[in-house]
Every structure is written in structure tokens, then in C-alpha cells.
Design a protein around this ligand. Structure first.
Ligand code: HEM
Length: 411
């Protein structure tokens, strides 16, 4: 029996190459199976819904009858309130504005740019520590530790506490990527404990920063008194946790998908080695071609909405398949070709509309540094396994390991 398209998207067997499924999906831009979510797969429809105020990001608006295999389980009492990713205006806008004050223009135009030296040092340190060039796991040894270290520096986590932060981030990331053979009760308990410990640690750090503020983002968030007032401690905690979670697995996957794609396109890798400035268009094309966030689940309709002749009822669950929109031939010429020289590249890889990626400038810079330094320093790199083994997760898609060998590491 042929599997439904929904099952095919979720089936791990299709993780290495989900794009033929998306091509099938686009034949029915609004796809709906058996009372499940409405799956939207064409570029213009996704973009328009991402900008539509009748679409909510708040799971509380989901009708109790809506069935969605990706719906998050009910929140535990001890869990933090939702971060602004899962809130609608006006709460979303207020928290995003306050978080942006110490992060980006107009109040903090130099925050991300000012991290260049630090990003370079972290990347260099990780590549220096690689060891045996005959068998490198780029995920474990590079992509995975890099973004957590960056978030620690951004928030102002003291160096001596970074290792603890890595452990919690790893446990939380693993809970997003359930191993089907693992005991779900044990896994749930591990993630719960990690969330509690991270929350308690951050609460302590916030108290400390209120007493002795520094230049870091957490200090500024904890002491801010802008026109929106101050964040409560709970809001601060969920915002800090959101930055960690939203900026972790996504960046890991963009860097790993990036190296995989470059190793499959050695001509582009060679060009990057010769001209590191090419990292800018390469990262944009990667966000189109192999986006780490394949789809945005858990959007909910606040009214009946008509899309391409289909009425989606109020309270329905939507999946917006960004990765499919990025390969829509109605929008991009020759969409299955990886082409960093592409001029017209308004991809959906960082979302669009009010929830578009808050960390985008940092994510771009991190990945540009990572890819250009890996291209420069790894001598004659080769894939040891293609396709690599993929993580279970269909939403945050990326390799679990990326085994590469090279002839040596340049200084
Ligand atoms: C390559 C890496 C990244 C990718 C591909 C990515 C992708 C995305 C996407 C697609 C969204 C929209 C989600 C939606 O519409 O529901 C989003 C939102 C968000 N991202 Fe990123 N992200 C990346 C890195 C980061 C980093 C490094 C940070 C933090 C420093 C971050 C923080 C956020 C936050 C806070 C939101 C919620 C924005 C809102 O609701 O207003 N992201 N990201």
C-alpha cells in the first residue's frame, strides 16, 4: 500500500532526500488528509500565510478536535511559559521588541558585528582541536559545539559554566530528536530535568546580573527600562531559553548541510577556498536549497480562510513547508540546482513576516565564518559516507553525523 504524503514526510527513510515528496505535494498546494493538518507547499501561498494576521502561532488557538502528529505534548506545570515564537501580537511584539533592544538596530547596531573576533576564535579553536584528520565527525567535533558556545557568549554565561550549558543544550536537543528505540519515559524525564536545571541556572545568573550588570545581553535584558517597561523574571527565563533552543539545532544543521552540499559540489568549495567572500551568497543559497527548518508546524487559523479554492476552517492546524516553497518552480528557476550565483533569492529558510528569524544576522555570520574556515583549513576533504545518517526530526532536518576525511589541517 502506498503511504500517505503526510506519512512519507515523517518517515525517516525519506529524510536524506525529501524533495521528491515535496514535488508531489505541490501538485495539491493545500493538502489535507483524514482530519490532520492542512499542508501548504507552494511558495506564494506559504509567504502569504506567514504574513496573514488571521494565522496564529499560539497553540492555545488550536481546536481540541484538530489532529496534528507534530503537536507538542501538553505543557508540564513546571515548564516555562511559551517564548515569543509561540505568541501572537501584542505579547509577541512587545517581547520581541524588548529582546531586540540589546541585540540589533536601532539601539544595538554593533552587537552581532562586534562578535566577529569571538566567532573567529571559537571556529579556530574547534578546528585546531579536531585531531585525526583521517576520520572527522563534523557534527560532533564542529557544528554541534559551535552555536552553543556562541549563545553562551551572547548571553554572558561565564566561561567556567559553559560545559554545563552544553550538557543541558545537548539533552534538550536530543529530546527534539526522539530515538525510536529509547524509552520515552526516561527521555522525557531527562529533558524535564535539563529544563529545570537550565531554568534554575539562568534564574541565578539573572539575579547576579541585576546586581552586577555587564555588557552582555542578559545583563541588558535584566536591567532594561525602555518604553515597554521591564521583563518579568519568567519572561526573561523563557526568552533566554528560546534564544538557546531556536539558535542551536538550526545553526548546527545549516553548517552541516552546508559542508555536505559543498563536498557534493567541489567546484563551489574550491571557489570558496580562493575567495572567502563567496560565503555570503553560498549561505543564502543554502538557506533556500537545504533549509534547516523544513516546515513550520503548529500554525492555527483564527477564522475560516480560503487558500487556492480550499476553505481551511477556524482552529485548524497548518504546516507551512518552507523547504518545498524554496523549491517551487513557479518562484525559482531550476530550483533543484545549487547555484550560489543565483541573483533572485528571496527564500523562506528564515521564515517571513512577524516571526521571521530573530537571530538571522548572527546565524548568517556564524555559518559564513564556519564554512569559509573549514574550506580554507581542511586539506582535500572527502565525504566518507554519502548520504550521511540523518536525525529522526522531520522539522529540524540534518545529518546526525557527517564523516569526512582529509589529508591534514592547515594552520
Ligand atoms: C541557521 C540558523 C537558523 C535558522 C535556519 C533559523 C530559522 C528560523 C525560522 C524559519 C524561524 C521562523 C519560525 C516561525 O515562523 O514560526 C525562526 C524564528 C526564530 N529564530 Fe531562528 N533560525 C536560525 C538561527 C537562529 C539563532 C542563532 C537565533 C538566536 C540567536 C534564532 C532565534 C530565533 C527566534 C527567537 C525566533 C522566533 C522569532 C519570532 O517569533 O518573532 N534563530 N528562525
Amino acid at each position: 500500500m502506498t503511504q500517505s504524503l503526510l506519512h512519507q514526510i515523517l518517515d525517516h527513510a525519506n529524510r536524506a532526500n525529501p524533495y521528491p515528496i515535496y514535488e508531489q505535494l505541490r501538485k495539491t498546494p493545500v493538502h489535507h488528509e483524514d482530519g490532520g493538518p492542512y499542508v501548504i507547499s507552494t511558495y506564494y501561498e506559504i509567504r502569504s500565510l506567514l504574513h496573514d494576521p488571521r494565522i496564529s502561532s499560539d497553540a492555545r488557538n488550536l481546536a481540541s478536535t484538530a489532529r496534528d502528529p507534530l503537536a507538542e505534548p501538553a505543557r508540564e506545570e513546571s515548564a516555562l511559559p511559551p517564548g515569543f515564537l509561540r505568541l501572537d501580537p501584542p505579547e509577541h511584539d512587545r517581547l520581541r521588541r524588548m529582546t531586540n533592544r540589546p541585540f540589533g538596530p536601532p539601539h544595538s547596531p554593533h552587537r552581532v558585528d562586534g562578535m566577529r573576533g569571538e566567532l573567529h576564535d571559537i571556529v579556530s579553536g574547534l578546528i585546531d582541536g579536531i585531531g585525526d584528520p583521517g576520520r572527522i565527525d563534523l557534527v560532533e567535533q564542529f557544528s554541534y559545539p559551535f552555536p552553543v558556545t556562541v549563545i553562551c557568549r551572547l548571553l554572558g554565561v561565564p566561561r567556567e559554566d559553559e560545559a554545563r550549558f552544553h550538557t543541558w543544550a545537548d539533552t534538550l536537543a536530543a529530546s527534539l530528536d526522539p530515538d525510536p528505540d529509547a524509552d520515552p519515559t526516561e527521555r522525557g524525564k531527562g529533558a524535564h530535568d535539563a529544563r529545570m536545571q537550565l531554568g534554575m541556572y539562568l534564574a541565578g545568573l539573572i539575579e547576579e546580573r541585576r546586581r552586577n550588570p555587564g555588557e552582555d545581553m542578559l545583563s541588558q535584558l535584566a536591567t532594561a527600562k525602555g518604553e515597554d517597561g521591564a521583563m518579568t523574571t519568567m519572561e526573561l527565563l523563557s526568552t533566554a531559553a528560546l534564544l538557546l533552543i531556536a539558535g542551536h539545532e538550526t545553526t548546527v544543521n545549516l553548517i552541516t548541510n552546508g559542508m555536505l552540499t559543498l563536498l557534493r559540489h567541489p567546484d563551489v568549495l574550491q571557489r570558496l577556498r580562493e575567495d572567502p567572500r563567496l560565503a555570503v551568497p553560498i549561505v543564502e543559497e543554502l538557506l533556500r536549497f537545504e533549509p534547516p527548518v523544513q516546515l513550520v508546524p503548529q500554525r492555527t487559523t483564527l477564522a475560516d480562510i480560503e487558500v487556492r479554492g480550499v476553505t481551511i476552517p477556524k482552529g485548524a492546524s497548518l504546516w507551512l513547508v518552507l523547504a518545498s516553497g524554496n523549491r517551487d518552480p513557479q518562484r525559482f528557476e531550476d530550483p533543484d540546482r545549487f547555484d550560489p550565483d543565483r541573483r533572485d533569492i528571496q527564500h523562506l529558510g528564515l521564515g517571513s513576516g512577524i516571526h521571521s528569524c530573530f537571530g538571522a544576522p548572527l546565524a548568517r555570520l556564524e555559518t559564513q565564518f564556519a564554512l569559509s574556515e573549514l574550506a580554507r583549513r581542511l586539506e582535500n576533504p572527502r565525504l566518507l559516507e554519502d548520504p550521511p545518517p540523518y536525525r529522526q526530526n522531520a522539522v529540524l532536518r540534518g545529518p546526525r553525523h557527517l564523516y569526512v576525511s582529509c589529508d591534514g589541517i592547515r594552520p
